[in-house]
Design a protein around this ligand. Structure first.
Ligand code: FE2
Ligand code: FE2
Ligand code: FE2
Length: 491
């Protein structure tokens, strides 16, 4: 015993080979590190997994928060950004889950809350009272802390031994930076608009304290107890699934222009139909509004469900923005000429259960797979000569095919059979009552026919000879209620 003890005590660290060179001066270690960098100690598997689980928890909670707040957030641009950032969070959370699963950790424990203070931190953000608080919590506190953790992780972990984690974090940080850049601008803009200098000192101090009490987001720092009382998380979150729109959506109950009737009428010109397709695309804002409510109110599905549905939610937001781009590119101020309603998301969210909403979504999307569905819209785009309309419809079609698959995987498979699933979707949809007359009587809308003014503007802008029949188009959604195939389809 004494002998070996003495050897251990006298052992010295060997000096690295100073004349060791890779063949022909090639970069060593496949180019990922120098020998010096690869000689350092790194995070153990256990410490690594512990931190990754906290990043995962963060991304999962932020995805849920974006989705829980999207529908009732009136500002269109924020709705769109929440859709994208929920998608980013879902994708990177997925990559982290896969990496954790590679590191000897079953059972994975990915649904466990890793720290009570961190949990409260996200409840404070989720329950915050307005958009300015919400985006401050996310973009000025949560995401910077996540970046801090990931950056430190990359510095501390072993570049060779833990290379798979390095890749996952490096890719996550690319989109994390994009989210932060958006978020910092968004906070600045809303702060300026509010006329205030700061958001909420006391609340931001609480968020900082909660992170300190968690040993920072990654748990790598000493823990200091949080003595501040809960503010917004003191009362449970009240989920608001009623869609809201900002002031640019001047007539959200308007059902005065039947887009599909115009689109499918062979008497009208393809060029004129592109206008209606841009409107239909922009109207797709109602799909994220509706899907966010399914996601928020469905809690018992495997992770892949949330990932796939969140991807679809983002696609729908993209389609809406393609419509917006279409109008802007064509020199038409949609805020002035187009009445984008929210009657579909309002009806589904307030009158159907989440499962029924999903069934309606599937019923509509599988219906778009026929020759008269998305393919037809793309053909109209191609025929019109408007290259942007053609391109947008091309991708809209591809995305909607993907959505029909997502619907098959998560709705039809849970339902059992395709025929029954479609019938149930049709039945659920026919349950939704659109209050054409009530809304009018309540003074919510006059169902104004906004089409002629839009069409006139379009023809003027493009020096087109107006088609008198298109000019006079005045079919509304009032009388076509029974024809489900052609009802206001958000697709
Ligand atoms: Fe879709
Ligand atoms: Fe869609
Ligand atoms: Fe679409």
């Amino acid at each position: 015993m004494t002998f070996w003890y003495n050897i251990a005590m006298n052992a010295t660290t060997p000096s690295p080979l100073s004349d060791y060179e890779p063949y022909a001066g090639l970069p060593p270690l496949a180019g990922i590190a120098t020998f010096k960098e690869a000689s350092k100690r790194g995070l153990s598997v256990e410490e690594n997994v512990k931190r990754l689980k906290r990043y995962h928890f963060t991304l999962k909670r932020l995805m849920q928060i974006f989705e829980a707040r999207l529908t009732a957030e009136p500002v269109y641009e924020l709705k769109m950004a929440f859709s994208l950032h929920a998608h980013y969070c879902a994708e990177h959370a997925t990559a982290l889950r896969e990496r954790v699963a590679e590191m000897r950790t079953p059972p994975l424990g990915l649904d466990k809350i890793p720290d009570a203070s961190l949990d409260m931190f996200y409840h404070e953000i989720q329950n915050s009272p307005d958009a300015l608080h919400l985006i401050t919590g996310i973009y000025s506190h949560a995401l910077p802390a996540l970046k801090r953790g990931m950056q430190q992780h990359l510095e501390e972990t072993h570049p060779l031994a833990d290379h798979p984690t390095v890749r996952v974090l490096r890719f996550a940080m690319l989109e994390l930076d994009e989210m932060l850049s958006y978020g910092h601008q968004a906070v600045r803009c809303l702060l300026k608009e509010s006329g205030r200098d700061t958001v909420d000192h006391a609340w931001e101090a609480l968020l900082i304290d909660l992170l300190k009490a968690a040993g920072d987001l990654d748990g790598s720092q000493p823990v200091s107890p949080c003595n501040s009382a809960a503010m917004f998380s003191a009362t449970p979150f009240v989920y608001d699934k009623t869609p809201k729109r900002d002031a640019r959506f001047t007539d959200p109950y308007n059902m005065g222009v039947h887009a599909e009737e115009f689109l499918y009428d062979s008497a009208f010109r393809a060029r004129d139909k592109t206008l209606m397709m841009y409107y239909k695309r922009l109207r797709e804002i109602d799909v994220p509004e509706m899907m966010a409510s399914i996601l928020t109110e469905t809690q018992d599905k495997p992770w892949a469900y949330y990932r796939d549905m969140t991807r679809q939610l983002w696609d729908e937001a993209r389609h809406a923005m393609m419509g917006e781009v279409g109008f802007v590119t064509n020199g038409i101020d949609w805020r002035k000429y187009v009445r984008v309603n929210f009657t579909w998301s309002l009806g589904l969210n307030t009158q159907l259960q989440p499962w029924e909403r999903h069934s309606v979504l599937y019923f509509i999307e599988q219906g778009l797979m026929t020759k008269t569905g998305k393919r037809f819209e793309w053909e109209v785009g191609a025929e019109s000569g408007d290259k942007l309309a053609e391109l947008f419809q091309d991708y809209d079609w591809a995305d909607e095919v993907l959505h029909a698959h997502i619907g098959k995987n998560w709705y039809v498979s849970a339902f059992g059979d395709q025929k029954g699933a479609i019938e149930f979707g049709s039945k659920s949809w026919s349950k939704v009552l659109m209050g054409w007359t009530e809304w009018k009587e309540q003074g919510l809308t006059e169902h104004e026919n906004w089409w002629p003014a839009l069409y006139t503007k379009f023809c003027e802008t493009h020096s087109l000879q107006p088609d008198p029949a298109a000019q006079e188009y005045h079919t509304t959604y009032e009388t076509t209620r029974a024809d489900l195939e052609k009802l206001a389809v958000s697709g």
